[in-house]
Design a protein around this ligand. Structure first.
Ligand SMILES: [Fe+2]
Length: 495
């Protein structure tokens, strides 16, 4: 998946590295307050709660962690009601968080290279894992769950954000079993009489990798759980669903666990991208439809790396998958510091559309958005369905690679783009599309985003009109919120 040729390279940067670094400083305090510094009006019909998750700590008592993905999960909750907004944040009290805060030092090795003090001898043969609950937060079946893809979810109190324990879905998940951080919410599931369902997966990597799929009804019960083994090691963070399929991109990587076992590298640092190997697309039929074969289909395409898929749907006998692709996976090096990332030396993520024909075993691909982009979001009723509008976080400049400072709306029907940029001082994270209640227009609603403002070292919540990405409201928080990963909006009002 090569990046499009760069037409022109801008010599003026839209950011400074020092400004960008500010969003990667720890937020140690926990807040709870009504937001009173507001530009514009909060739309009175915007009622509900935005939950976000992401690493909140980049050091344990001054000991630096090696990669943001190793940072302890911190939940932000922004509640909108009657034209007002309330902010609160809490760290997920995982076992590791509680122990490390008490000890005042790093006690666990991180997947992405964080090591205990004391060098190799302090880390050798230490395979203990800290479930850091930092990747996503969902509200499903009446429970608020903080997710991390390599272990079970943590349950939080929706009102106090207190950590209540771990979720095993009435025994469907066993202790320590993985539950992915990228569930997809199917708006109307044909297998469930048109009711919504949640589809998630887990990966058990090895020489043969087991992919397990979980489908949950609205009460939070696992109603379908099925597993398949596929050849080779899998590093898969996200997947896509359609009415009848789950689709995975098996990135071409090799895993050599030896440096991890010997205490030299984190497990994630032992993953090597293989540019000369193809990416495999694994298509798993969703269980419950008797007309389908139940074996996965595996198709091959040109090498590339995918963290996130935007959406997928079935059309005219083909499966269409929209994904953000990188030419390769930048390897995490033990002696590097993510705070000094050289953006210009890296390839951008770009949006591609893949058209899979299972009968002919052909995959066609098309570049849709060449601007560096990440964190796709769409109308919740369009998940797994043909759709028109996609919102993503994006770079300010049209070409090259840079931190995310903008939101882009892509009209997949006309090709029209709309950009809203927070540059030079603002840095964006995942946008969340929230539909206006009782309307049917696919872009009738708002785009909510948490923006880090380097000028004041604080964060803003922006509410954009999803039609044209104009700012409706800007809510200034009293502090910064570190760059987060994923979150969700729910209609329920939790304060
Ligand atoms: Fe993700």
């Amino acid at each position: 998946m090569p990046t499009q040729e760069q037409k022109s390279i801008s010599t003026v940067k839209s950011y400074t590295r020092a400004d960008w670094q500010g969003g990667y400083t720890s937020l140690k305090e926990e807040y709870d307050y009504w937001i009173d510094d507001i530009e514009g009006e909060i739309p009175p019909e915007l009622e509900g709660t935005l939950f976000r998750n992401g690493p909140g700590l980049f050091d344990i008592n001054g000991q630096k962690i090696h990669h943001p993905f190793d940072g302890d999960g911190m939940i932000s909750r922004i509640t909108f009601t009657h034209g007002k907004a309330h902010y609160s944040n809490r760290f997920v009290r995982t076992e590791g968080y509680v122990q490390e805060q008490k000890a005042g030092k790093i006690l666990y090795r991180g997947v992405f290279g964080t090591q205990k003090n004391g060098g190799v001898f302090a880390n050798i043969f230490d395979f203990k894992m800290k479930n850091i609950a930092n990747t996503n937060i969902i509200y499903w079946g009446g429970k608020l769950l903080a997710l991390w893809e390599a272990a079970e979810p943590h349950i939080l109190d929706t009102y106090t954000l207190e950590t209540l324990g771990k979720e095993y879905f009435h025994g469907a998940l066993s202790e320590g079993e993985a539950f992915g951080a990228h569930p997809h919410f199917e708006p109307k599931c044909v297998m469930d009489n048109g009711n919504p369902c949640m589809v998630n997966f887990s990966i058990k990597p090895g020489l043969l990798t087991t992919i397990t799929i979980f489908e949950l009804d609205t009460s939070g019960k696992v109603i379908r759980k099925y597993a398949h083994q596929v050849p080779g090691f899998c590093f898969i963070h996200d997947f896509a669903i359609t009415e009848n399929y789950c689709i995975f991109f098996q990135n071409p990587v090799q895993f050599n666990p030896l440096p991890f076992a010997l205490g030299i590298r984190g497990a994630g640092e032992c993953i090597k991208f293989e540019a000369n190997q193809p990416t495999r697309i694994i298509v798993i039929p969703r269980q419950g439809n008797s007309t389908m074969v139940d074996k996965p289909e595996i198709l091959e395409i040109q090498s590339g790396f995918v963290f996130h898929h935007a959406n997928a749907f079935e059309k005219n006998g083909n499966i269409i998958v929209d994904s953000i692709c990188y030419e390769n996976l930048p390897e995490v090096e033990p002696n590097s510091d993510f705070r000094h990332t050289n953006f210009e030396a890296l390839k951008p993520g770009q949006l591609w559309r893949f058209s899979l024909n299972l009968a002919d075993r052909i995959v066609n691909r098309e570049l849709i958005e060449s601007r560096s982009c990440e964190f796709p979001s769409l109308h919740p009723n369009k998940v797994g369905r043909e759709y028109r509008f996609l919102y993503m976080s994006a770079a300010h400049e049209e070409t090259g690679n840079a931190p995310l400072q903008a939101f882009v709306k892509v009209d997949l029907e006309t090709g029209k783009r709309i950009l809203w940029s927070a540059a030079p001082k603002g840095f964006t994270s995942e946008p969340i599309f929230v539909p206006r209640a009782n309307t049917s227009g696919e872009d009738d609603g708002w785009v909510l985003g948490l923006i880090y403002d380097a000028q004041y070292h604080r964060s803003d919540i922006v509410i954009l009109d999803a039609k044209d990405l104009t700012v409706v409201t800007k809510l200034h928080l009293k502090h910064h919120v570190p760059y987060g990963l994923h979150g969700n909006f729910v209609d329920e009002v939790f304060i």
